[in-house]
Design a protein. Structure first.
Length: 309
């Protein structure tokens, strides 16, 4: 099953989309191949088997596409897992020059445990559109469907603004924060407003999609999580018409040093224009059951795509 969240002509190159319909279908097929390769290992407890199968299947499927593709955001180093590596070339070399942000399995731990929320996901944009994150592992993120929220503002202000826009008390605002020590203060501050706060362990991208959708069942996702996931999230948020701000947030001196050596600036707040530009397409397929919001529950092997054009 494919659920298209964008207009029916979302991927036609003639109307300003990143790739034409044939290439869009090729990307969708590659993502589905990755997910289906990982599904037999769901619940196995073997993270590397999950990732390895997905990476091999996705790489093989992408190799035959008529495009000049380049991986600019991937997973692997942080998790010491198989990966589509930074700078890897994708496709035949003929066709549109595009950049790709990819995670063959987002939620590897979830998949290995057989828990919901694992997906294969890929985003594509014109060459140079994605924020260059280099060796960054971590990123502070704020995602909502309510525009104008500031990542540097106290979370109580964001919750108050969301409550005002929705016309509800703060207790009806739904916030998700990844359950890590680095996010404890923001989670506590959100709970102090009376908002409903979900502290989740894995599944960052899934929750951000639910917060960005116009009909989503979350209002805000905030806190520090993975940087590659942050760029993938930004592409989906852009395509869904949501709001996002982010900042790289290294969690060790070593990570800070690697970013400095790579010339990656720290401390700068980035919005969607800088994170991914305005022409993006996102493709995902569930490895384990995924809940993307009302009417968009995906079983393993089921797919979803969205585009900004």
């Amino acid at each position: 099953m494919t659920q298209d969240a964008g207009p029916s002509d979302a991927h036609r190159g003639a109307d300003g989309a990143v790739v034409d319909a044939a290439l869009a279908d090729g990307f969708a097929a590659a993502v589905r191949a990755a997910a289906l390769a990982a599904v037999p290992f769901a619940g196995s407890g073997d993270r590397e088997a999950v990732d390895g199968a997905a990476v091999a299947a996705m790489r093989a499927a992408l190799a035959g596409l008529a495009l000049d593709g380049r991986v600019v955001v991937g997973e692997g180093e942080k998790d010491e897992a198989p990966m589509l590596h930074l700078g890897e070339r994708l496709g035949t070399g003929d066709g549109p020059a595009v950049d790709v942000a990819v995670d063959p399995v987002d939620g590897t731990s979830l998949a290995a445990a057989g828990s919901p929320g694992a997906m294969a996901i890929l985003a594509v944009a014109p060459r140079g559109a994605f924020l260059e994150i280099g060796p960054a592992h971590y990123m502070a993120k704020l995602v909502s469907r309510v525009p104008g929220l500031e990542i540097d503002a106290p979370v109580r202000e964001s919750i108050a603004r969301i409550a005002e826009v929705r016309g509800v008390p703060p207790g009806d605002v739904r916030v998700a924060v990844q359950d890590r020590a680095r996010n404890a203060a923001v989670a506590d501050a959100a709970e102090a407003t009376g908002a409903h706060v979900e502290r989740f362990v894995h599944g960052d991208v899934e929750r951000c999609l639910r917060a960005a959708r116009p009909d989503g069942d979350l209002d805000l996702v905030v806190g520090v999580g993975g940087a590659p996931e942050g760029v993938l999230t930004a592409a989906a948020v852009r395509a869904l018409g949501g709001w996002m701000q982010a900042r790289l947030a290294p969690q060790s001196a070593g990570e800070s040093d690697r970013l400095a050596a790579a010339g990656i600036p720290l401390g700068r707040v980035s919005g969607l224009d800088e994170l991914c530009g305005d022409r993006v397409a996102v493709f995902l397929t569930a490895v384990t059951p995924c809940d993307l919001g009302p009417g968009s529950r995906l079983d393993p092997g089921q797919s979803w795509r969205v585009s900004s054009h």
